[in-house]
Design a binder for this molecule. Sequence first.
Ligand SMILES: Nc1ncnc2c1ncn2[C@@H]1O[C@H](COP(=O)(O)OP(=O)(O)OP(=O)(O)O)[C@@H](O)[C@H]1O
Length: 247
Amino acid sequence: MALVFDGVTFRYTRRNDVFDGFDLHLDSPATVLLGPNGAGKSTLMALASSQLHPNAGRLSFKDLDPAKRRERGAFRRQVAWIPQQVTPMPGLTVREQVAYAGWLKGMSRSAAWQASERALDRVLLGKLADRKSHQVSGGQLRRMGIAGALTHRSELILMDEPTAGLDPQQRSVFRRLVEELTGDVQVLVSTHQTEDLFDLYSQVVVLDEGTVRFQGTTAQFHKLADHGESPRAHAESAYARLVGKEV
Ligand SMILES: Nc1ncnc2c1ncn2[C@@H]1O[C@H](COP(=O)(O)OP(=O)(O)OP(=O)(O)O)[C@@H](O)[C@H]1O
């Protein structure tokens, strides 16, 4: 199951190429994408989910090319993008919004409704299924987005800064979720938070100015960095003990 960028060029404005003949081959179960502000992470995600389209070159997932009309529907069913801000839909409950995501990707209403229940349980939102989606937190909304992707059985889930702005407890819920999903679906997560690396991801990609500066295993990446345990890891587990495990 590979996401492939093959000589992709993309620009927002005529003068400025974000990517110029960009190549990337991603086939590991869980990849973390790192890079400074403006590196091109969000643009890469938007291209990979076919929200944006290359000016030149080709991208594909499992050989499906979203530039080809016949393959676009299947590509979009298989690749889901969870933006940093998942927007609640006015009037819909959490479960209705999750089922709606399945319906939008071509499922029947009843199949989407059925699948939404298990998807919500997987992201630990079963208890909030009947709450209006505008009444849940930012972290819960992101998990609701993931439930939508699970409803229509996406095989690749792209997450843009999924832990930004989350409290330590929600971050640890998210980590457990990524762990649980990996193997079943492929995940690509962009983040600024290197302390989130731990052992979750099998592969690290570092992007800078639209160029891959590093691609390798987490162990190879750690060899480049200073050793020593992160104080943040201690802070998070202490926090979890104090405030309990409830989401
Ligand atoms: N809508 C847009 N119009 C013009 N240029 C844009 C637009 N969005 C992003 N850019 C430019 O494209 C380049 C890559 O931006 P992108 O948002 O992909 O980076 P990023 O790595 O996601 O950054 P951050 O970590 O700050 O979110 C930057 O130079 C940015 O200024």
